[in-house]
Ligand binder design. Sequence first.
Ligand SMILES: *Cc1c(COP(=O)(O)O)cnc(C)c1O
Length: 349
Amino acid sequence: MKYKGVIETYREYLPVSENTPVITFYEGNTPLIHSKHLSDLTKCEVYLKFEGANPTGSFKDRGMTMAISKAKEAGKKAVICASTGNTSASAAAYAAQAEMDCVVIIPKGKIALGKLSQAIMHGAKVFEVDGNFDQALNLVRELGEKYPVEIVNSINPYRIEGQKTGTFEICDQLNAVPDYFCLPVGNAGNITAYWKGFKEYYNKKQIDKLPKMTGFQAAGSAPIVLGKPVEKPETIATAIRIGNPASWKTAVAAQEESNGSITAVTDDEIIEAYKLIAAKSGVFCEPASAASVAGLLKRRKEGKLPDQQLVVCVLTGHGLKDPDTAIKSGQKPKSLPCNTSAVIKELGY
Ligand SMILES: *Cc1c(COP(=O)(O)O)cnc(C)c1O
């Protein structure tokens, strides 16, 4: 077997030793897809890094292979996380392989169905609480202090270490460094991780320049853009429905050090991009992921993106995670009698 997952592939960049049991589903090695449609629209070269192709359907697997392997190494018997969905799906799967218990705290009614079904099927102990993600994370922090359970949210430094491998992969796949690097920002662990990865590759002379980190929050959940926490965050993009990001400071540092930006996109812009990516590039991502492309198109429209730039947009999770939003956003199938003439008439061929 050639590809061995992110820990074995990037071992020299990660805090692991011979004694670390590697818990892996061979995550990473996700496709970097050139989008002709988005390139034509923006007069740039646009690539989509499809993190939805990870084993549990989101980039969270890159961080989770590290967090669970290190928890196992430390002899922990249980892990806990608050989640908008994908963290719990990933934690539950990796904990199952590691033969550890997984406790999941989710905000009531705000989890996409696909994600919840994963956590349940992998045998996690799932609890819905009457509160938003930020409140759920506070609860998890308290439990983590009082009981011998390992927190596997992105406040766990090993999550960030694993997630930075996304950077290495993109540079290796492109054999270049993007001018603009676009991604959604929720709890802000991922922008922190990617920027750390770029800096490490730069310091090791694997690359000779750094990209502008271009992050996007949903307008109804845009604390970093507003400069203050949002009490009641709202957005259709549930994975980034976060009012008080845990990695706020490091996200701002990534923006400042890279001469980048963190700005907001509306839910309408997110849904428009979500449909466009699926219909015109053939890549089905979840709504939060589409914030990266929505933001790119918005910045182009505002004259904030020059021609001929090399752009990578991270599509953080798979569209199948949230079938409800997909079905609501698209056209329902039309009912027809079961004969050829009816179909041909409808098609107008
Ligand atoms: C977790 C997640 C995000 C947000 O990442 P942060 O590290 O919290 O900023 C974005 N999109 C998807 C699909 C996610 O699962």
